[in-house]
Design a protein around this ligand. Structure first.
Ligand SMILES: [Zn+2]
Length: 403
């Protein structure tokens, strides 16, 4: 079709250098929790890129001067509303030797945030810019939101979804998928479980109640009773529900019967489970332990990092139009994509929960996230810009110009 030719030519004109340069600028701009302005210098880069292409741009303050930045490319006529998203924060550089070099080595662009997920943000913006600067007349609109605080609890996306700033018919979150299409991930729950006993001198342990021994019994139950139950629950893309005891603290000195012991627990849950059912299971473990140890004193509380924002599982709704469009675009510019479940949680869960069909699709490799030698393939970056461009054109391009 003649229309296909126009699209292809437009997307071919997206230059490697444009995507690489913008990614480098972003990687060279620290945006982690220990950086003075957190992700706000990164937000300025996103803002100026959106302004340059003629978007309406606004900030939405989330907390302490930290703000989401949102730009909208408005079409000439009514039509589908596409929402593109990337989080602007990264994890701290940790032990990385040169986290902000953004140097290119062996076909990869290196540095903190290259894969997770500044490369995707750059590719999305370059795609929007290429279309904004062309003669193509869009229908509907394309919104981009750079969100804050994804790495520290997702307050940015929660704030955006609580507002009516972005109304959309479908969404793509550019978290690393190696350009496969992510349609599901697990939810997260974090709990602190504390046993309280009675302190006593270690020479007279029978006078006290040992909180560590009580915790040991509880841990054994989590391992022996809960874990096998969770392993029965499976999802075709996500595997099983899991539980991990991540920390343990208790006691003061060898010669004191410990009064308190606490563990923190990470529980990854599947669609079909709920926060309530998860808590109920832990309560049942405690109850069954108390049958044997009547003096067991246990409290269970949610950790605020996870409890403050809904951290449920993500499951893209059925066979949505965006899935077909995205799969075709990836196939055209890179490879035949697989439909995958993701090992990590994303802001996409909050967008899908709002009723907006959402996919996770980004050029980074999931195994690069948070590593000390984080990098992204340059050819994937360029392919991603063309893929996002193709998706914009297929959804919001002029009628009659679709394949
Ligand atoms: Zn990420």
């Amino acid at each position: 079709m003649p229309g296909r030719g126009i699209k292809e030519r437009l997307l071919h004109r997206i230059e490697r250098d444009a995507v690489v340069t913008l990614t480098q600028t972003m990687v060279r701009t620290p945006s982690h929790i220990n950086h003075t302005t957190h992700e706000q210098e990164m937000a300025k880069i996103v803002e100026s890129t959106l302004l340059e292409m003629g978007c309406d741009v606004r900030f939405q303050e989330v907390e302490d001067g930290r703000a989401n930045v949102i730009g909208v490319l408005k079409g000439e006529a009514p039509g589908p509303r596409l929402f593109l998203n990337g989080h602007m924060d990264t994890v701290p550089p940790g032990e990385m030797t040169d986290p902000y070099s953004a140097s290119i080595r062996g076909g990869r662009l290196c540095g903190r945030g290259s894969a997770d997920m500044k490369g995707a943000i750059a590719a999305m913006l370059v795609a929007m810019g290429a279309i904004a600067g062309s003669s193509v007349e869009l229908r509907g609109e394309v919104a981009f939101a750079g969100t804050v605080a994804e790495e520290t609890g997702a307050a940015g996306m929660q704030c955006l979804m609580d507002s009516d700033i972005v109304e959309a018919d479908c969404c793509i979150v550019g978290e690393p998928t190696s350009l496969h299409i992510g349609v599901a991930h697990k939810g997260i729950e974090w709990l602190r479980i504390t046993t309280t006993g009675v302190a006593a001198h270690a020479s007279l342990p029978e006078v006290g109640t040992n909180a560590i021994m009580h915790m040991a019994r509880l841990i054994a139950r989590i391992e022996d009773e809960l874990k096998p139950r969770l392993e029965q629950r499976t999802h075709e893309l996500l595997g099983t529900s899991t539980v991990n005891i991540g920390t343990i603290h208790g006691g003061e000195r060898p010669n004191i019967v410990p009064e308190r012991c606490a563990i923190t627990v990470d529980r990854r849950w599947l669609p079909g489970e709920s926060i309530e059912s998860i808590h109920k299971e832990f309560t049942e473990i405690v109850t069954s332990a108390r049958d044997l140890f009547p003096d067991l004193d246990v409290s269970i509380e949610r950790l605020p990092e996870i409890a403050n924002v809904w951290h449920g599982p993500f499951e893209s709704a059925g066979h949505s139009a965006i899935l077909e469009v995205a799969a075709n675009a990836v196939k055209q510019w890179s490879h035949k994509p697989e439909i995958i479940g993701l090992p990590y949680w994303t802001d996409g869960a909050l967008v899908q929960r709002r009723g907006i069909p959402t996919l996770i699709l980004g050029p980074g490799d999931p195994d690069q996230c948070h590593t000390i030698d984080e990098s992204i393939r340059v050819d994937r970056l360029v392919a991603a810009a063309r893929i996002y461009g193709q998706i914009i054109l297929d959804l919001c391009g002029p009628k009659g110009d679709s394949p």
